[in-house]
Design a protein around this ligand. Structure first.
Ligand SMILES: Nc1ncnc2c1ncn2[C@@H]1O[C@H](COP(=O)(O)OP(=O)(O)OP(=O)(O)O)[C@@H](O)[C@H]1O
Ligand code: SF4
Ligand SMILES: [Mg+2]
Length: 384
């Protein structure tokens, strides 16, 4: 399948320029896969994280923001789960809930089970011992997570010492090992550098080193490369996969980039207005989407054969999370919407293939056509 690298949201006007992911295609347009999921160890059957009916609300002066409305997913050992969706769809808030990093004002309900233990019900001490050690996070902007006044080595050593009693020298030795692992040259000397002395790509590598230094079971990476240029993005993503294998971790990868998901995730969860609207193995979801929103996202990607095509971004904007409209939240933008859609919000339900779920009253209409992105084409494009 094609795996172009394009942001799913229109940024300027209604036509985007796009970059082909260098980890997928080389300069001549030939497929050139540096490191793929086939090359890393497969997931086991053991479920390490189960998020069940998670809801997060923020009371504000304007009303209650229903940021996450019933998110459920599971993650197996060594699995990469991609979470994709437009800005504001609740991707970060649902992950910050897992990390316990939401502001105090947030009202969190549901279950977050780590190896069967509900993190929302654990003592604060037990939660702290899991977060940062067993579950680690890589943020989009490493400067928000790295402290500018301490050396990278000191910060990495501190991350170890926060969870394990050992001589500082041993913690620094582990820090050097991690910088080596993430591909920072002259790791020994680099331990004494400050974050501002690193390039953006190196800082993100240092963040990854920090995330894996305690041998986590889960790495949550929230837009880990969006701030970097595309060549560096590909290197960092490959490194993330490599490092995941080295420490035997699973990854929750949040991104706007469908190409990244296609190349890196075993399964994908598509979010819209705070809810999962499609979940399944990546290839079936991308090849046979059963939710019009996913089809619309895929339709806004140019195919490699005719990459000069105009893109077709989904028209309209997501609904307000304070005053949600009745029915399916995608109905104002959906070409298939009818009265049923405008009155009842569809549940996430299994479709025509096992393990492939969609929240749509009319997923069977997508199943009935060869190319479900057709619903998002203009009349002239359909005739062409
Ligand atoms: N502390 C807060 N108080 C009120 N609303 C919040 C707060 N944090 C997040 N939100 C709202 O929750 C919704 C979901 O936000 P979230 O950051 O999860 O989106 P996202 O899918 O990660 O978007 P992006 O792709 O832009 O990062 C947004 O409407 C956001 O404005
Ligand atoms: S339920 Fe209706 S409005 Fe919502 S995505 Fe499906 S067809 Fe479109
Ligand atoms: Mg976010």
């Amino acid at each position: 399948m094609t795996t172009p690298n394009v942001p799913i949201e229109p940024r300027k006007g209604d036509v985007h320029t796009y970059d082909i992911a260098p980890n997928v295609l080389d300069a001549s347009g030939e497929v050139h896969v540096g490191l793929t999921l086939d090359a890393v160890r497969p997931p086991s059957e053991e479920e390490i994280l189960k998020v069940d009916n998670l809801t997060v609300e923020f009371p504000t002066d304007d009303g209650v923001v229903r940021a996450v409305r019933g998110v459920s997913y599971s993650l197996r050992e060594r699995e990469v789960l991609g979470i994709v969706g437009e800005s504001g769809s609740g991707k970060s808030v649902s992950s910050l809930a897992v990390m316990g990093l939401l502001p105090k004002s947030a009202r969190v309900k549901g279950q977050i089970l780590f190896r069967g233990d509900d993190m929302l019900k654990m003592s604060a001490r037990k939660q702290r011992s899991l977060r940062g050690r067993k579950i680690a996070m890589v943020f989009q902007d490493p400067m928000t997570a790295l402290n500018p006044v301490h050396t990278v080595g000191d910060q990495l050593a501190e991350a170890v010492l926060a969870h394990e009693l050992m001589p500082r020298k041993s913690a620094l030795a582990r820090a050097k090992e991690m910088l080596d692992l993430v591909g920072i040259p002259q790791a020994e000397a680099r331990l004494r550098s400050y974050p501002h002395e690193f390039s953006g790509g190196m800082r993100q590598r240092a963040m990854i080193a920090m995330a894996v230094i305690n041998n986590p079971d889960i790495i949550i990476a929230d837009e880990p490369t969006t701030a970097l240029d595309v060549t560096v993005q590909a290197q960092i993503l490959e490194k993330l996969l490599e490092v995941k294998d080295a420490v035997n971790a699973a990854i929750v990868l949040i991104t706007h980039d469908l190409g990244v998901i296609a190349g890196m995730a075993h399964r994908v969860l598509v979010m819209y207005a705070g809810r999962p609207v499609e979940v399944g193995e990546t290839d079936p979801v991308f090849e046979e989407p059963r939710m019009p929103y996913t089809a619309g996202l895929l339709g806004s990607i140019p195919s490699l054969e005719n990459s000069g095509d105009r893109l077709r971004p989904i028209k309209g904007t997501p609904p307000s999370l304070i005053n949600m409209p009745a029915g399916c939240p995608f109905s104002p933008r959906c070409p298939l919407a009818d009265d049923t859609c405008r009155t009842a919000e569809p549940e996430l339900a299994e479709t025509d293939s096992g393990g492939h779920f969609a929240a749509c009253h009319h997923w069977d209409r997508l199943a009935a056509v060869e190319d479900p992105t057709v619903f998002f084409r203009t009349e002239s494009e359909t005739k062409a």
